[in-house]
Design a protein around this ligand. Structure first.
Ligand SMILES: *Cc1c(COP(=O)(O)O)cnc(C)c1O
Length: 231
């Protein structure tokens, strides 16, 4: 077994353990491998070892690796400028980082042109960190309602967070809990067109806790591919 395969199996094992501890089905949790600077060969090694979904945070990375990587589901999870939407709508299965009606409208327009629909997640900024994308919890419901009203080729599937970095796992857990509560309260909003399904939270440092707190998409980079080259 190569390292990537070994790492991947370990991450999958831990997700399974956490799921069981939370009385959930391990198969209900989607592992997205986040590749950042990793070359296509390493991504393909992970796919050969059973990884089904790949996450990128830059449009350039997606476009440059798309043809070199084996069949998989691509996820866009970084800040996305409206003028780049056209390059990715026919390539990704989900966009995790939607935080404005402008961005949702552009995704809608490009999808309409191609006669497709796009699954999106609303990125929530719980720490109110200026440098990070995402809407505040208060802004989530109005944004979702506006998207439901105006963007018929876009399906709001859930929420995503990148919580503020913390050394204390209990602080991080607090953020996960807060997001789960927001998810549940939006779910009970009573809008029949809104079927929230995914809670995208948890990275290499904290994906087990995220699963325990209700995540069903975890985004793991370093624990699968190793430390990043600081290019
Ligand atoms: C890089 C990244 C991850 C994965 O981070 P690791 O700590 O390497 O697991 C997850 N989500 C997003 C949005 C990222 O940019």
């Amino acid at each position: 077994m190569n390292n990537i395969e070994k790492n991947l199996k370990e991450v999958m094992r831990r997700i399974g353990e956490s799921a069981k501890a939370a009385f959930r089905n391990p198969e209900d949790i989607l592992l997205v491998g986040v590749t950042k600077t990793r070359p296509a060969e390493e991504i393909n090694a992970a796919i050969d070892a059973g990884l089904t979904d790949i996450g990128v945070n830059k449009v350039k990375e997606l476009v440059s690796k798309y043809d070199l990587v084996k069949h998989c589901g691509w996820h866009m999870m970084g800040h996305l400028q409206t003028n780049n939407v056209k390059y990715i709508v026919d390539k990704v299965v989900m966009i995790h980082s939607v935080d404005s009606i402008n961005l949702a409208s552009e995704i809608n327009k490009r999808c309409k042109n191609k006669k497709i629909t796009m699954d999106i997640l609303i990125q929530i900024n719980l720490g109110m960190e200026e440098a990070k994308g995402g809407v505040s919890p208060r802004e989530a419901e109005p944004l979702i309602c506006e998207i439901l009203e105006k963007c018929e080729n876009v399906t709001v599937k859930g929420l995503m967070i990148i919580p503020p970095a913390s050394e204390d796992i209990n602080v991080t857990k607090g953020y996960f809990r807060e997001l789960k509560q927001l998810f549940d309260s939006l779910q009970s909003m009573g809008n029949e067109r809104l079927a929230l399904q995914y809670l995208s939270m948890g990275m290499s440092q904290d994906y087990e806790e995220a699963v325990l707190e209700g995540a069903n998409i975890v985004r793991v980079g370093t624990s699968i591919f190793g430390p990043r080259n600081m290019a």
